[in-house]
Design a protein around this ligand. Structure first.
Ligand code: UT7
Length: 336
């Protein structure tokens, strides 16, 4: 029996692909030296353990304003109008409102009245999971032109007195326009490990309804907590496996891939994945040095950089791979 994926490809004779990208970063750049004045850390520790030198932190910007800026740039780059967009998906864990969703706020700001818009929470794999949904919508005929955005203001979820996490994260947004394309997304492999989710958490506001006792109420806003070593081990073990799975589905090997664009959490994770795949580090572009970890924004911001720098030619094969809170993980193989 044929698998669903090949059935769909035959049925429509088409796949979905990225036709434009855009990104937005806050104006304020915070260096490691500035963090030395906030917590007990050093530039040397941060660089050697993570590769990060500085990050953009939102002062004037919001999750929605960055998502809108990235979306408008991606639409311009793709040459599509707001009227053509019929699906908007935002991957985020740091929207400005509980509701409306960031996607609905973007829809309003860019006047994309024909779109269905919703957010997804897949943490650092949010862009990749959004891409998988758009791929399925487009192949099944439910959408024609999708806007997929990863946007985060992690600085508001950060405990700025916790040196174990505050040096890692940055703010920003990246977007891609996805449309039907003769050749585009070749395969996607995804997974989740809810049982391991305790390694990376940020609790929401707790229930404090009038029927609870005072002792049960806890309305203090929580911050990001991470067991760094556990997440590190999970990433190094899972990411090569999910990339190999996606490559196998696409009937390709790692040697066929021009660039692997990985979630930008730690240079040591990226180097370990490159070693496990037997591929040279040059095939793994990075921007974590200047951006830190932007969670769902990380992959699309990097993709936009690589695209705008002219590093991608038509026909190049690339891999996008994300992992993070949930735990969630996924990889996509694309022809540019
Ligand atoms: O996007 C979500 C996915 N997140 C990730 O992928 C993160 C994965 N984890 C990591 O990248 C790494 O585990 C970290 C960068 C978070 C930490 O690096 P590590 O090499 O695992 O360090 P560690 O947690 O084992 O800490 C080593 C030492 C500790 O001190 P002791 O106990 O050895 O005295 C920490 O207290 O480094 C200390 N430390 C710091 N020292 C200076 C932790 N943070 C800092 C800091 N500056 N900022």
């Amino acid at each position: 029996m044929k698998d669903f994926e090949s059935f769909r490809q035959e049925e429509t004779g088409m796949s979905a692909g990225i036709v434009g990208t855009g990104s937005a970063l806050p104006a304020r750049v915070v260096s490691n030296q500035e963090l030395e004045r906030l917590v007990d850390t050093t530039d040397e520790w941060i660089r050697s353990r993570t590769g990060i030198e500085s990050r953009h932190i939102a002062v004037e910007e919001t999750t929605t304003s960055m998502a809108v800026e990235a979306a408008e740039k991606a639409m311009k780059n793709a040459g599509v109008t707001a009227d053509e967009i019929d699906l908007i998906i935002v991957g985020t864990v740091s929207g400005d409102m509980h509701f409306p969703s960031t996607a609905c706020q973007v829809q309003k700001e860019i006047s994309a009245g024909n779109a269905t818009a919703f957010d997804i929470n897949a943490a650092c794999a949010g862009f990749l999971f959004g891409l998988a949904i758009a791929d399925a919508y487009i192949r099944s005929g439910m959408a024609r032109t999708a806007l997929i955005i990863g946007a985060e203001t992690l600085s508001k979820l950060t405990d700025w007195s916790d040196r174990g996490t505050c040096v890692l994260f940055g703010d920003g947004a990246g977007a891609a326009v996805v449309q039907k394309k003769e050749e585009g997304i070749l395969s996607i492999a995804q997974g989740s490990d809810g049982a391991g989710g305790g390694a990376l958490t940020c609790r929401d506001r707790e229930n404090s309804n009038p029927f609870m006792t005072q002792a049960m109420m806890n309305t203090d806003p929580d911050h990001t907590h991470m067991n760094g070593q556990e997440v590190y081990r999970f990433a190094v073990k899972t990411v090569p496996v999910i990339i190999e799975k996606a490559l196998e589905k696409a009937q390709l090997g790692p040697e066929d891939i021009k660039f692997f664009l990985l979630h930008q959490a730690n240079i040591r994770i990226i180097e370990a994945v490159a070693r496990k795949l037997g591929q040279p580090a040059e095939k793994f572009p990075t921007n974590l040095q200047k951006c830190g970890n932007i969670s769902a924004g990380s992959i699309p911001v990097l993709l936009d950089y690589v695209h705008q720098e002219g590093m991608l030619q038509k026909g190049d094969k690339i891999v996008l791979a994300g992992f993070g809170g949930g735990l969630t993980f996924g990889a996509a193989v694309l022809i540019w």
